[in-house]
Design a protein around this ligand. Structure first.
Ligand code: CU
Length: 134
């Protein structure tokens, strides 16, 4: 009683799925639409092997933090918040991305000396982040 109806419904279902898949793969040939979001910044990534070396500020937080980069890497920082932010090294004058307004991307250059560097936002004292250079 249970066997025959379930088998009957299974067969057309499998056929349908098979047809659907075949039609799908033949109909839409693989079209790679790679849309690289351009930030408008003209700074190119410095060295190979440091993929993903960019930062975003969202919700008054630096992301990612900590961020690990190679010495001297140029790091674009995008601010998605309304208020203006900065990335300012806690140790005076080491690095700084200044006046990053809403929707803007400002780059800074990581120190060339390996180490762990903390930074903050000049406008919001509770905003802190860490940059690891190695
Ligand atoms: Cu800020």
């Amino acid at each position: 009683m249970l066997h025959s109806p379930s088998r009957l419904t299974l067969v057309p279902l499998v056929a349908l799925v098979g047809l659907g898949l075949a039609g799908c793969s033949s109909g839409s040939s693989k079209k790679a639409t790679v849309s690289a979001p351009t930030t408008g910044a003209t700074t190119a990534p410095a060295t190979a092997g440091t993929a993903g070396t960019s930062m975003t500020i969202a919700g008054f937080k630096y992301d990612p933090s900590p961020l690990t980069v190679a010495p001297g890497t140029t790091i674009p920082v995008k601010n998605t918040d309304g208020p203006e932010h900065t990335v300012t090294s806690d140790a005076a004058g080491l690095f700084k991305a200044d006046d990053i307004k809403n929707g803007m991307t400002v780059s800074f250059t990581a120190p060339t000396k390996p180490g762990t560097y903390t930074y903050h936002c000049e406008y919001h004292s509770y905003m802190h982040g860490t940059l690891i250079v190695k």
